[in-house]
Design a protein. Structure first.
Length: 144
């Protein structure tokens, strides 16, 4: 329960939490013989505790709070990066869609301006109706 508090407490410096776990590990140090026995006992349940226990198995020693904390921190960082990337892609698609709509609206205004100019409307009148600048309407008129 203390471990959950330490990992989730907002005002706790992560470096302090990591140092605290190393200190707890020091207090819980087991002699080599007992460490081997603990590792053997834990390896029986290794399949149930997949991610965290596999990390310990790689080290061939009993898991420590500091190692667990490091693993949890890394997993949290990875999940955060994935979520950030996902949100960035969504935002990019949304912005691209908005730009496409704006570009389409501007193209429609230019097409309407060209049509009105062909029908004989003055440059000033077309600019007012279509809500384009006089320079833009004059440029369209020059292309006709």
């Amino acid at each position: 329960m203390v471990q959950v508090f330490i990992l989730t407490h907002q005002n706790l410096n992560p470096d302090y939490a990591e140092a605290l776990f190393y200190f707890i590990d020091y207090l819980l140090y087991l002699p080599d013989e007992l460490t081997k026995q603990l590792t053997k006992d834990l390896s029986i349940n290794i399949e149930k505790e997949a991610k965290h226990m596999l990390y310990s198995e790689k080290l061939k020693e009993a898991p420590t709070f500091a190692e667990y904390f490091k693993t949890v921190r890394e997993e949290g960082f990875e999940k955060g990066m994935e979520k950030g990337l996902e949100m960035g892609i969504e935002k990019g698609i949304e912005k691209g869609f908005e730009k496409g709509i704006e570009k389409g609206k501007m193209e429609e205004k230019r097409n309407l301006a060209a049509e009105l100019l062909r029908e004989g409307f003055s440059v000033e009148k077309v600019a007012k109706i279509v809500k384009l600048s006089l320079d833009e309407v004059k440029e369209i008129e020059g292309r006709l």
